[in-house]
Design a protein around this ligand. Structure first.
Ligand code: XMP
Length: 507
């Protein structure tokens, strides 16, 4: 295992991902929560930070159990930390040290820089600089602006670099991490999706034994992969519930249910459309709608799970980014944990134990584990779809008729993306039904009908997003098809807002 201590850098998660791409398992902990038991960690990496080592409120954890005892790599702030608190000197730099730079005078007779040539491009992002190295340090590289770009400490396996190897612009960053982790720390590159499946299935067997687990499936990637893993571990002791809230995509309930059955999962499909629509009648406030949908889901799930005797566990598809304790951007000690209980707070009396087989994986790793489990590539490549479904894409109040209109529009748009080979290039796409009627003309008739907005975005995590520049010919074709085929719609617009300041969903 590799331990990554987070000092609040925007790049900390990237370090974890780069390490895992080398098939080496890594975990992130806040800088002030160094685990008591360090025996499982064969290497430690200190992240960057928005804070200066020179400030009064600097982050200064006790690393005496780590430094000199476990192979250690300081990145950016980490490198300055190792200098400043060990006899070196860090000062504010007087040249701009942000962006691309090239390594010069590399000591590539050292294992650390093996296979990396002078001139290699690296990414710098810092405002302090190391003026004097710490005691017993040997300089390993410099750049035109940064004298001490890399160093190590004599007699220890402690290394430090001012640049960011985790950022794509550091061309040999992965090679450097590999040199440190494999050649210096002696880690094995054996953390693969297959190995993950094997160990997780065994752990689930040991943990759950003969007890029963219930799990709510959504048709999405995370809950599906979680279910398939649990199914492999405990088979028929897993009971999945897939609720139709009446706000799914066209034919989604039927198709996904069929797909799940083909995968050998024990799934009960519950069609609660009428119940949801009744509860939603007349509500047009976005938050009000979300609350009603969430509450109705819990009621339905609760009813269904009571029909399953002796269920002891609730399975969830929670993934790592939902759980990482983040060091706040100010670098202050106030760590926040996002609580992501996808089923949205079950009633206390259910008292189920929680099992989350994907809780240590990033989204792309979930997809790779899914592939290793033999799950269909089409299912694994699905766009994200919000829990409240079309309910937050119908602006204003929701009726069965509006749902039917939007399902048709969404179906034409999304199948069009697939047919034109655009689906995989888009992170998320869908249509919004606007609470606006406008005048049109069809044949000789005046129409006064609904307007729909199409939305397609590029993103990595949904936190920020850009609208996608879809080809005009494609938009033209889809617009024609929607207006010709969907009764009640006479106008189509395309949303060209990015997030921020807009959001992906309109509600
Ligand atoms: P926004 O609209 O906030 O959406 O830019 C970001 C991502 O989150 C999804 N989303 C939701 N997912 N329940 C969900 O499960 C919700 O209430 C919800 N609201 C937004 C949205 O589809 C996008 O992927």
């Amino acid at each position: 295992n590799v331990l990554i201590l987070d000092f609040g850098s925007q790049y900390t998660q990237l370090i974890a991902r780069r390490v895992r791409e080398l098939n080496i398992y890594s975990e992130i902990k806040p800088y002030d929560k160094v685990p008591e038991d360090l025996s499982i960690f064969k290497a430690v990496i200190l992240s960057g930070s928005p804070i200066s080592v020179r400030g009064e409120n600097t982050l200064h954890p006790d690393l005496s159990k780590i430094k000199g005892k476990i192979p250690l790599l300081g990145v950016c702030y980490g490198a300055q930390y190792l200098a400043h608190f060990n006899g070196g000197r860090v000062e504010e730099s007087n040249t701009r040290e942000y962006g691309r730079a090239n390594l010069a005078s590399i000591k590539n007779n050292e294992l650390f820089f093996e296979g990396i040539q002078a001139g290699s491009q690296v990414w710098m992002s810092h405002s302090d600089t190391i003026k004097e190295l710490p005691t017993n340090a040997v300089q390993l590289a410099s750049t035109a602006d940064v004298e001490n770009a890399a160093y190590r400490i004599e007699g220890e396996e402690t290394y430090a670099i001012q640049f960011h190897p985790e950022v794509y612009h550091s061309k040999d960053g992965t090679k450097l991490l590999e040199n440190f982790l494999v050649k210096i720390a002696g880690l094995k590159q054996d953390w693969t999706p297959d190995a993950f499946v094997e160990t997780t299935v065994q752990e689930l067997k040991d943990e759950i034994g003969n007890e029963k687990v219930i799990l709510g499936l959504s048709g999405g990637v995370d809950s599906t992969v979680a279910a398939v893993l649990l199914n492999k571990a405990i088979g028929k002791h897993l009971q999945c519930i897939f609720v139709n809230n009446g706000l799914l995509r066209k034919n989604e309930f039927k198709n996904v249910l069929k797909q799940y059955e083909g995968m050998g999962l024990n799934v009960k499909g519950v069609d609660a459309s009428a119940r949801f629509l009744k509860a939603l009648a007349g509500e047009s406030d976005p938050e009000g709608k979300r609350k009603i949908i969430g509450k109705s889901f819990i009621e339905v799930f609760d009813d269904e799970s009571h029909k399953i005797e002796d269920a002891k566990w609730l399975g969830q598809g929670t993934i790592y980014p939902d759980r990482i304790e983040s060091v706040s951007a100010s670098g202050g000690p106030s760590a926040v944990i996002k609580s992501h209980h996808n089923v949205g707070g079950l009633p206390d009396y259910m008292k189920l134990k929680i099992v989350e087989p994907l809780k240590m994986l990033f989204k792309d790793e979930v997809r790779r584990v899914g592939a290793s489990l033999g799950i269909d590539a089409e299912l694994l490549g699905r766009h994200p779809f919000p829990g409240p479904g079309l309910g937050i894409r119908i602006l204003g109040d929701i009726t069965a008729e509006k749902v039917a209109i939007l399902q048709e529009v969404d179906h034409i748009f999304v199948s069009g993306l697939k047919e034109h080979g655009l689906y995989d290039a888009v992170w998320q796409a869908g249509a919004m039904l606007l609470p606006v009627n406008s005048v049109g003309v069809m044949g000789d008739e005046r129409t006064y009908e609904k307007c729909v907005a199409l939305r397609a975005v590029e993103s990595t995590d949904g936190m920020t997003a850009d609208w996608v520049n879809l080809p005009y010919e494609f938009l033209q074709k889809i617009s024609n098809e929607i207006i010709n085929k969907v009764k009640g719609v006479n106008r189509v617009v395309y949303d060209i807002s990015s997030k921020p300041p807009a959001t992906i969903e309109w509600e």
